[in-house]
Design a protein around this ligand. Structure first.
Ligand code: HSE
Length: 308
């Protein structure tokens, strides 16, 4: 990394948490690091880590596209750009890799431009680019975020979660693009399914805001998206059963999947991980387990630009 580049660290995130489709998300302690600096001409992008060979290194790169949005917004221009990405978030896994790229690109671009946009303005811009705020809000703010995005503005409340609460991610090696996982969803849903989710989603927020983890099992149930997506993730219900049998507080599809996320106490995390792993072994699915916690800090500039 060259001396006049800025460096931003952005956390992964898990969206939906069961019933909070497109609204609820939590930041996790898995990161992507993005360095960015102006050059005299051209675009140079280097990528290391997760998905390095699959990430575009030209104008189609998401970090670059997000940075450009910031400069368009503030009327700034650039001659040349260098971007270096060290990515620790698996791509297409339901752990918010796209949101981290968007947020990281925007925060870095804003820092290079002298920090003109506020955090709220970056959030609105990031949500507009992603289409919903359930990943971009926790990626930017850290913690648990309850969001509503009306197409222009993100309205949200952030809650920090305690470190002892473990988020165990079971991530198959296969990539599932969000657009594919959204295509299997119905255009209309039953009134009773809407009522089911309204209750669960409300209880989920109340339970997480009052540390009532005993309620998470019921509060994480969902009728809006998981059952439809299970066609793409056949191991899903077996994983759910194993996690709950092992004493997890709750278990759900992380974002659009295919990662399955279990929440467990620090004492029970190893048992939950071991039991759910038997499903992947049984079905011969190549997978990885991440034992995570809520990251209460959002995107951070860890190397600032020189004053301009
Ligand atoms: N809420 C989104 C979904 C998350 O479930 O499709 C993925 O971006």
């Amino acid at each position: 990394m060259e001396s006049d580049m800025v460096k931003v660290r952005v956390p992964a995130s898990s969206a939906n948490l069961g019933p909070g489709f497109d609204c609820i998300g939590v930041a996790l302690n898995l990161y992507t690091e993005i360095s960015m600096g102006f050059t005299k001409e051209g675009l140079f992008i280097e990528v290391y880590g997760e998905g390095a060979s699959d990430i575009e290194k030209d104008e189609n790169n998401l970090v670059f596209k997000a940075a450009k949005k910031v400069w368009e917004e503030i009327g700034a221009d650039f001659k040349g750009l260098k971007i270096e990405i060290h990515n620790g978030i698996p791509l297409g896994s339901g752990l918010g890799s796209s949101a981290a790229a968007i947020v990281g690109g925007m925060v870095a671009a804003n820092e290079l431009a002298g920090g003109i946009l506020s955090q709220e303005e970056i959030l609105n811009l990031a949500a507009s680019m992603e289409g919903h705020a359930d990943n971009v809000a926790p990626a930017l703010n850290g913690g648990l975020n309850i969001t509503v995005f009306d197409g222009k503005t993100v309205y949200y409340i952030k809650k920090e979660l305690e470190e002892e609460l473990k988020f165990i991610a079971f991530t198959p090696k296969k990539i599932l693009k969000t657009e594919i996982a959204r295509k299997v969803l119905p255009e209309k849903i039953d009134f009773k399914d809407a009522v089911f989710n309204t209750g669960r989603s409300s209880l989920l927020v109340a339970a997480l805001f009052s540390d009532r983890y005993d309620l998470l099992k019921i509060a994480s149930q969902d009728m809006l998206h998981q059952k439809y997506r299970s066609k793409l993730i056949p191991e899903m219900y077996s994983c759910f059963d194993k996690a709950l049998e092992a004493g997890a507080y709750s278990v759900f599809l992380s974002g659009a999947g295919p990662t399955i996320m279990a929440i467990a106490s620090i004492d029970n995390a190893k048992k939950v991980a071991k039991e759910v792993a038997t499903v992947y072994e049984r079905d011969n699915i190549d997978y990885k387990i991440y034992e995570l916690r809520c990251e209460n800090n959002g995107a951070q500039v860890i190397k600032a630009s020189l004053p301009i």
